[in-house]
Design a binder for this molecule. Structure first.
Ligand code: GUN
Length: 293
């Protein structure tokens, strides 16, 4: 069994990006610039956005944090989105979710210029991804694709079971893994809460992607010998022995499943560390006009 170490891979990718930014600057180019809009003071959002800003600094990007209080109006927020859409110095930006209830997240998302949508949440980017056009791909699916690629995990012709059909993980993963390419060319089954014979399906799987948000859902007797298991679960469960009072639990019962696997991602330290790095990858792609000319 080999652990897929998302921390190490994330650091490798960030070093490569930092070197590329140095080359861009040396050739007279400008620093890639990522902006983040943060509404309110939710602890989780604060720490995610701080991580994103820190990652920018690490790779030599410029970053801008734009804050609004919880009572910001939808109009004010949309005006800021418009301003960032039209600011030639900004290569990409994100609006950290969730937003307060009085603001329509879908509307805000739809107003982001797809060319600057480095989160890959805009319907244009999701649609382009689905038909195999160049697109910004959202952080978690892209992070998983990077891990599969960097660990040389064969996906062509393999049976994959994706557990979960969310717009941000399960569905895009199923599309990306079934597309032509490497990673890709897999035979993908999307399982969800109405799936009848999940255990039998999983026992046929060469690769399982667990993205349901149910701690320890995938048990040892659901996994075949030699399978690759990607655990996307990040549920916070109460803990008495941590400073924060909680710890992250994956969707996979690691102690039972890991001994059967050829490769497995731990939680924490597997898929999670790759997500912010994927945002950095997208921002660089935007600065280099790799997706849209
Ligand atoms: N909230 C939790 N994850 C994300 C993310 O990837 N992007 C944005 N914009 N908000 C989030």
């Amino acid at each position: 069994m080999q652990l897929i170490d998302g921390k190490v891979t994330s650091q490798e990718v960030r070093k490569e990006i930092a070197a590329e930014v140095e080359q861009i600057i040396a050739a007279g180019g400008k620093k890639p610039h990522l902006a983040a809009i943060l509404v309110g003071h939710d602890g989780g959002s604060e720490s995610y956005v701080a991580g994103k800003m820190k990652a920018c600094e690490e790779v030599g990007f410029k970053s801008s944090l734009i804050r609004f209080e919880d009572d910001v109006t939808e109009e004010e927020l949309l005006n800021k989105v418009d301003e960032l859409n039209n600011d030639p110095d900004i290569d990409g930006f994100i609006v950290q979710l969730p937003l307060p209830k009085h603001i329509d997240e879908e509307k805000v998302n739809a107003n982001i210029d797809p060319k600057k949508d480095v989160d890959g949440f805009h319907p244009v980017n999701v649609g382009r991804m689905a038909i195999g056009m160049p697109a910004f791909i959202s952080a978690t699916p892209q992070g998983i694709m990077t891990l599969l690629s960097r660990y040389n995990i064969e996906t062509s012709g393999k049976n994959v079971v994706v557990i979960g059909r969310s717009n941000i993980v399960g569905r895009p993963m199923s599309i990306l893994l079934s597309q032509k390419g490497n990673p890709g060319d897999a035979t993908v089954t999307v399982a969800h809460s109405r799936t009848a014979n999940l255990k039998e399906l999983c026992l046929q799987a060469d690769i399982i992607v667990a993205a349901i948000g149910s701690p320890g859902f995938v048990k040892g007797d659901m996994v075949k010998e030699g399978a690759v298991v990607i655990d996307v679960g990040t549920t916070r469960v109460p803990a008495t022995d941590t400073k924060s009072g909680w710890r992250l639990k994956g969707d996979v019962l690691f102690d039972e499943v890991a001994p059967k696997c050829s490769f497995i991602t731990p939680v924490p330290g597997g898929v999670g560390p790759m997500t912010i790095t994927s945002l950095i990858i997208n921002t660089l792609k935007s600065a280099k006009k790799e997706i849209y000319q």
